[in-house]
Design a protein around this ligand. Sequence first.
Ligand code: HEC
Length: 92
Amino acid sequence: MKTLKIIGFAAVVISIIAAFTLQSCSSEKVAAYKNKSGAQLWGENCIRCHNIPSPASFNDTDWSTIQLHMRVRANLSKEQSDKIFEFLKSAN
Ligand code: HEC
C-alpha cells in the first residue's frame, strides 16, 4: 500500500512539472513571434509558397487586397498579417 501511495504521489508531481514546462515553452514561442517585426515576418512567411514579393511590386490599395487573400493562404493571425502589410505599405 505504501509503495502505491508513493507512486501516486510521484505521478502527480511529474504531471505538475510537465504542465509547467509545457506552458513555459508555449508562452516563450508567443513572445518570440510578438517581438518580430513586419519585415522579419514577411521574410519568414511570404517565401513559403512562392518567391518573396518585393514591397515595390504593388501600391497600398493592391497590398490591402492581397492581404485579404494571403492572410488566409498563409494562415496568419490578424496581428501578424497587419505587421507584414504595414511594413510592405511603408516600403513601396
Ligand atoms: C500557403 C502558401 C502561401 C503563402 C504562405 C503565401 N502565399 Fe501568396 N500566393 C499563394 C498562391 C497559391 C498564390 C496564387 C494565387 C492563388 O491561387 O491564390 C499567391 C499569390 C500571391 C500574390 C499575387 C497576387 C494575388 O493576390 O494573387 C501576391 C502578391 C502574394 N501571393 C503575396 C504574398 C505575401 C505578401 C505573403 C506573406 C504574407 C504570401 N503571399 C504568402 C500562396 C501563398
